[in-house]
Design a protein around this ligand. Structure first.
Ligand SMILES: Nc1ncnc2c1ncn2[C@@H]1O[C@H](COP(=O)(O)OP(=O)(O)OP(=O)(O)O)[C@@H](O)[C@H]1O
Length: 926
């Protein structure tokens, strides 16, 4: 499609959809203002955190997921890296059915399956390279949350596969890279055209098409090809705000190669990945060799390599074993690596469409990343090469127009982002984005009216019959045959522009084209240049004694020539971008944590980004969490990551922070969507008691600090064999005995020690007459009263813990507690206190003092009303069930009997366990 057609289609597309989008946005916001989120919406949000680790949906994601869940067909056109995949990944987890995703490349599917598995999501792919013969059978039984398929496979599996899967449960059929359906798309795939056959096989199933590039023609092709019914069309912005755009002109040769290698070696230190795209295999090999000679290991990828070598190169790059990839654009669509920090184009690409796509492969995780384009003037004369296979004049014109747009982008003196977005039909609100070389480098400007006059006058003399080379050569005083033949050497202007290079004059011409003084015309694969009406006006108004000023920016190609020596600020340097917002020590820690992640990925046989994203590592470096709860609250940390690697990460954070001299639980300086708040110390070293046996200490730590329940500790993964729950509760009691703080309310709640059991144990002790022989006491009691109950009861009395405010009321009898003073001796003043003891340590120095407990009626309702309500883990969860979305203040209002610290401890424990999650300091149930 020609550039102008492309633009027109795009404008139409955006215009036509504006209304629909506005409606969607409106209905969405009015829903949200009612504050009544449906339970499905709540589940979506909970899954976003627990499975993906994210605290907020990106624009359009929620709307698309809601549409899919309502069974609607959807067409989603959103920029590369905007998060389209999440739109088909969340619904299967919400409804507990399989989502089918058709994807064009096996390598792409394998990478996605790898990343999903790291999130604990059941996922597999079916395609020619699948070696596990059980996958298909498991798939049809609905064992996967997400099943990827090549289009060939989707069309060739027997109908029985689909009918079985329908029985097991299927919730969507997604077609990724849906532009492959259309012959107008840039990657047409015949097999995609046969997917519509599945419409009849899977009636009523929502079909979801997703792509990053779709003109109106492609969009309607997708809709009709997939027989979509009244699809919901969502079009996101094409602005990749985290990408820096920069352009540099260069001269081919060893000098520039040295400069490039030097630049690359600087980037290496920052740890990010780089792709260098070349326009020819020769360039790929040359750069690869230059890097190799400088001792920099890089990957190489081009169409003439065999399949195996290409796959290996791809694998090493994806897994961060190689930081740099030098490639032709054959290294393309299968790149799903979110942490590419830099894409360099060595040579101008053939169109702005391909540049947007290729450069868009960096920064998919949203972190600051850079796109540099290096061009030489000779790149712009490759039209006949690109037109080589085109059949018609129209096709050739389209290719020429695309190349001219890319050339215009290179020569631009104004905001590059604004130019790019305008080209794709999206209006950019401002003249300056502040994140491209032209916006951040203050360019020198000067009056170039004299030079403009010379150039325009010479072009006028050529009468529009020539391209730009001829007038430039005339000005430079060339005596080439073509000049002599045309007698241009006789022109008075001949040789008047010798003081500037050809490229300088061409750079001036580019500016005069973009300002409308010159016009480029296409004639087959040739371009000619002529004066526009504006240019003529300028020429006519200029006389010897009076020349109107024409102030133009000195572009990078002009720098260094006759007075145009303005200095360019080094802009868009990666090392500055990735480490922005980090202090020197934090940057060091960030790098160390990236290395740790690499080790973890190697041992897990996966890619580092699949463990967790760079942005998450950066947030860990900024906040340095000391507990699982704090780690869980970081954006990007999901339940699976915490379970599999949480302990290792916390250990690494602890010792690496120490190494660089940073304290734990630092404040996040990034906005982080409210993720990073001031840390609160829950306990100090002095809270801890005497040394304990490691197993006991570990059990206490997991229970009290990490907030795990007794059954969870007993069955904690990673132990060679589970231990008994009674052993765990025994360990915790031993810790309490040694002076370690424990939350008695929580403990009694977990072991089921109620008022009436407590009372029964007291009677038994009284009957036996001593606390020495536990067995004798046990024998006096019903079977269901365990040793743990007896031990806890005795220790509570020993530690002076008041049972009336600690123990839950007996559910069966609902009777008032009848605690009879059975033990002899007199209580200490501490023991007589009626204040609740929530998180109390047993004072190890306390002598065993038999105590006499007062007879009380604490469970009576009037008494209950008088005593402020105190939270237990279960009562807190129950309350959150009915009051989802509450702040700590709300909780303190409700549980007036609980100290803030105790509430925070419980919340942290629940958060670390992924029972609840916190977003902007509002707590919600998962
Ligand atoms: N809500 C979110 N919050 C934070 N990060 C997110 C969110 N949604 C997606 N991401 C991250 O954004 C990155 C890009 O997402 P994704 O791969 O889905 O992009 P895409 O639109 O499919 O891109 P492409 O067109 O290149 O395939 C991934 O690293 C993903 O984990």
């Amino acid at each position: 499609m020609s550039m102008s057609k492309f633009q027109n289609h795009f404008c139409y597309l955006c215009g036509a959809l504006e209304l629909k989008e506005q409606k969607a946005v409106h209905s969405y916001s009015s829903n949200s203002t009612t504050g009544k989120e449906s339970s499905r919406d709540k589940k979506m949000e909970a899954i976003l955190k627990s499975s993906f680790g994210f605290s907020a949906f990106r624009p359009y994601q929620k709307k698309v997921i809601q549409d899919i869940l309502q069974g609607k067909d959807c067409l989603v056109v959103m920029a590369t890296g905007s998060g389209k995949s999440l739109c088909y990944q969340v619904p299967p987890l919400v409804v507990g059915k399989t989502g089918i995703v058709v994807s064009p490349l096996i390598s792409l599917m394998q990478d996605q399956v790898m990343a999903l598995k790291q999130r604990g999501i059941m996922s597999e792919y079916l395609g020619s390279t699948q070696t596990d013969s059980t996958v298909q059978a498991k798939a049809e039984n609905g064992q996967y949350n997400i099943l990827f398929m090549t289009p060939e496979k989707a069309c060739s599996v027997p109908i029985s596969f689909w009918s079985k899967l329908q029985k097991a449960g299927i919730c969507l059929f997604a077609v990724d890279e849906a532009h492959c359906i259309s012959e107008w798309g840039h990657d047409f795939r015949v097999e995609y055209n046969r997917l519509d056959k599945l419409r009849d096989v899977l009636p009523g199933l929502p079909f979801v098409a997703l792509t990053a590039t779709a003109t109106e023609k492609v969009r309607s092709d997708i809709i009709s090809s997939l027989k979509m019914k009244d699809p919901q069309v969502t079009i996101g912005s094409f602005d990749r705000t985290n990408l820096f755009y920069g352009v540099k002109s260069f001269n081919r040769g060893p000098l520039f190669l040295n400069e490039l290698v030097l630049d690359i070696s600087k980037y290496l230190a920052s740890g990010g990945s780089t792709i260098i795209y070349c326009t020819t295999i020769k360039d790929v090999e040359q750069i690869f060799k230059a890097l190799e000679e400088a001792g920099i290991s890089a990957g190489i990828y081009h169409g003439q390599m065999d399949k195996k070598a290409r796959a290996e190169s791809h694998r090493l790059f994806i897994r961060d074993e190689l930081q740099i990839m030098v490639a032709t654009i054959a290294f393309g669509m299968g790149i799903d690596k979110p942490n590419i920090r830099q894409v360099i184009h060595y040579g101008c690409p053939k169109s702005l469409e391909s540049y947007y796509q290729e450069s868009g492969r960096c920064g998919r995780d949203g972190m600051a990343s850079v796109c540099w384009l290096y061009y030489t003037r000779s790149d712009f004369s490759k039209a006949d090469f690109y037109c080589g296979e085109s059949q018609t004049e129209n096709q050739r014109r389209a290719i020429m127009e695309s190349l001219m747009a890319a050339q215009q982008y290179c020569s631009l003196a104004t905001c590059r982002r604004s130019f790019l977005l305008n080209y794709f039909g999206e209006k950019y609100q401002s003249d300056k984005c502040g994140n491209c070389d032209n916006c951040i480098v203050s360019k020198k400007e000067r009056d170039m009216s004299k030079e403009a006059f010379l150039l325009l006058a010479t072009i006028q003399s050529c009468r529009g019959k020539w391209g730009l080379n001829m007038p430039v050569d005339i000005l430079r005083g060339s005596r080439a045959k073509k000049i002599l033949d045309a007698q241009f050497d006789k022109l008075p202007l001949h040789g008047l522009g010798r003081e500037y290079s050809s490229n300088w004059w061409k750079a001036l011409a580019s500016q005069l084209i973009s300002q409308g003084y010159l016009t480029e015309n296409i004639r087959d694969v040739y371009r000619t240049i002529s004066i526009s009406a504006k240019g003529e006006k300028f020429l006519n108004s200029t006389r010897d004694d009076c020349q109107l000023p024409l102030v133009l920016p000195v572009t990078s190609e002009m720098i260094g020539e006759s007075g145009d020596d303005s200095t360019l600020i080094e802009a868009g340097r990666m090392e500055n971008l990735t480490k922005s917002g980090l202090s020197e020590a934090e940057a060091k820690l960030f790098q160390m944590l990236l290395d740790e992640r690499m080790k973890l990925a190697r041992s897990a046989g996966t890619a580092p980004y699949a463990i967790c994203g760079d942005l998450t590592v950066k947030k860990i470096a900024l906040t340095r969490p000391s507990t699982k709860a704090r780690l869980a609250n970081i954006d990007g940390v999901n339940q699976h990551l915490l379970k599999m690697h949480g302990d290792l990460i916390l250990q690494a954070v602890k010792h690496l922070s120490q190494e660089v001299g940073l304290s734990l639980d630092g404040e996040c300086k990034e906005d982080g969507n409210g993720q990073c708040t001031t840390a609160r110390k829950l306990y100090t070293e002095s809270n801890q008691g005497r040394p304990l046996a490691p197993a006991k200490f570990e059990a206490w730590k997991m229970w009290y600090e990490d907030g795990l329940s007794i059954p969870k500790i007993a069955n904690f993964p990673g132990r060679s064999a589970p231990i008994k729950e009674t052993t765990v509760s025994g360990y915790i009691l031993d810790a309490a005995q040694e002076g370690y703080t424990i939350d008695w309310t929580k403990f009694c709640d977990e072991i089921g020690l109620t008022c009436s059991i407590f009372s029964d144990i007291q009677s038994a002790v009284s009957k036996v007459g001593s606390t020495d022989k536990l067995k004798a006491i046990k024998d006096e009691l019903p079977e269901e009263i365990s040793y743990a109950h007896i031990k806890a009861c005795l220790l509570m009395q020993k530690c002076g813990i008041s049972p009336e405010s600690t123990l839950p009321r007996d559910e069966k009898t609902d009777e008032p507690m009848n605690v009879v003073p059975k033990f002899s001796g007199s209580p200490t003043s501490k023991q007589q206190k009626e204040e609740p003891n929530v998180a109390a340590a047993c004072n190890p120095s306390t002598e065993e003092i038999p105590i006499s407990l007062k007879r009380q009626k604490v469970c009576e309702s009037d008494e209950e009303n008088r005593i402020p309500v105190k939270a237990t883990v279960s009562s807190l969860v129950e309350w959150l069930k009915n009051n989802d979305g509450v702040t700590l203040d709300n909780m303190m209002q409700n549980f007036k009997g609980s100290e803030e610290e105790s509430l925070v401890a419980m919340l942290n424990a629940l958060e670390g366990d992924f029972v609840i999650y916190r977003k902007n300091n509002v707590y919600k149930l998962m």
